[in-house]
Design a protein around this ligand. Structure first.
Ligand SMILES: [Zn+2]
Length: 273
C-alpha cells in the first residue's frame, strides 16, 4: 500500500486531533485509546502500523479526490493510535505512580475479561463475528456477512450510525433505542430483586415506556432473556470467546456503534474439566 502523504493537508490532521480533544465525551475517547492499546498488547510497533495503515488509506482516498468527510474517520483513527502510542511511551517512561498515565497503564494492562454472569458490556469489546455463516443466513442477512475489522468497530463508536436501513430485519431497527431500553430495564429489574413471572411481568411493563416499534420490542425482549440474548462463552483452556447466541444482534449493535449492551457471559477457561 502506498503512502501518499502529500495528498493530505496538515490542517486535516490538526482537525482530527481537535475532534478528539473536543469530543463531547472525553471518557469515551480515553476508553477507546485504552482498548486500542490493549488490542495491540501494548506493542508500539503494532500501533505504529495501525496508524500508518489509517494514514495510508486516507492518503489514497485524498488522491482519488474523495471529500473530507470520507477521510475524517481515518484521520481520527490515526490520531487515536498516536494517543495510544503516547500512553505506551508514558508507561515505559515510569511516570509517577499516582498520575493519570499510571491509571491508563493499569487499565491498559489489566485484562478486563468479564467473569461469568449477566452484565453490561462494551459492544466494541464483544468477540469478532467470524464465519462460517449458513447459506440460509447469507440469503437472509447478506448485509451482515461482510467482515468488520476491529478498527472499523472502534471508529463506529466515535461515528455512530443512527439511521435505520431496509436491508434486513435487524438493520431495520434502531439499536441505540433498543440498547438504551434493555440496559435501563435490566438495571431496574436488578434493583427490584424480583424473579420468575414477577420479573417477566415487570419487564414487559417497563419496556412499554420506551416507545419501541414491534420488532424493536421483540429484540429487546430477546436481549433481556438470559438464554436468547447475546451469550458468549469460553471453554476450559480456551483463549477465544465464541457466541452461543446473538451473533446477528451483536453485529447490528456493532454496525450502529452502540456503546454498551446487556450480555450473558460463561467463562470456563480456568476450570479443570
Ligand atoms: Zn441488513
Amino acid at each position: 500500500m502506498s503512502i501518499n502523504v502529500r495528498a493530505l493537508a496538515a490542517d486535516d490532521e490538526q482537525s482530527a486531533q481537535e475532534a478528539l480533544s473536543e469530543h463531547p465525551q472525553p471518557d469515551r475517547v480515553r476508553e477507546l485509546v485504552r482498548m486500542l492499546v490493549e488490542k495491540v498488547e501494548a506493542d508500539p510497533a503494532r500501533l505504529r502500523a495501525a496508524a500508518a495503515a489509517a494514514r495510508s488509506r486516507c492518503g489514497d482516498l485524498a488522491s482519488q479526490g474523495e471529500p473530507p468527510q470520507r477521510l475524517r474517520p481515518y484521520l481520527v483513527a490515526e490520531a487515536l493510535a498516536v494517543r495510544g502510542l503516547a500512553v505506551i511511551e508514558e508507561a515505559a517512561g515510569g511516570t509517577t505512580p499516582d498520575g493519570p498515565a499510571h491509571t491508563e497503564r493499569v487499565h491498559a494492562r489489566k485484562k478486563r475479561r468479564p467473569a461469568s454472569g449477566r452484565k453490561l458490556a462494551w459492544v466494541v469489546r464483544l468477540p469478532p463475528i467470524d464465519p462460517p455463516f449458513t447459506e440460509d443466513q447469507r440469503w437472509r442477512d447478506g448485509c451482515m456477512m461482510a467482515p468488520l475489522s476491529w478498527r472499523q468497530r472502534v471508529l463506529r463508536q466515535l461515528f455512530p450510525r443512527r439511521d435505520v436501513r431496509n436491508c434486513c430485519y435487524y438493520h431495520g431497527q434502531d439499536f441505540h433505542a433498543i440498547a438504551a431500553a434493555v440496559n435501563a430495564v435490566h438495571r431496574q429489574l436488578r434493583r427490584s430483586g424480583l424473579d420468575g413471572d414477577d420479573a417477566g411481568e415487570l419487564t414487559f411493563r417497563l419496556l412499554d415506556g420506551y416507545g419501541l416499534s414491534e420488532d424493536e420490542h421483540s429484540t429487546a425482549v430477546l436481549l433481556l432473556a438470559e438464554d436468547c440474548g447475546i451469550q458468549i462463552s469460553r471453554s476450559p483452556g480456551e483463549r477465544r470467546w465464541t457466541y452461543d447466541e446473538g451473533r446477528h444482534r451483536a453485529r447490528a449493535l456493532m454496525d450502529a456503534g452502540v456503546h454498551r449492551i446487556l450480555i450473558t457471559v460463561t467463562d470456563d477457561r480456568r476450570s479443570q474439566d
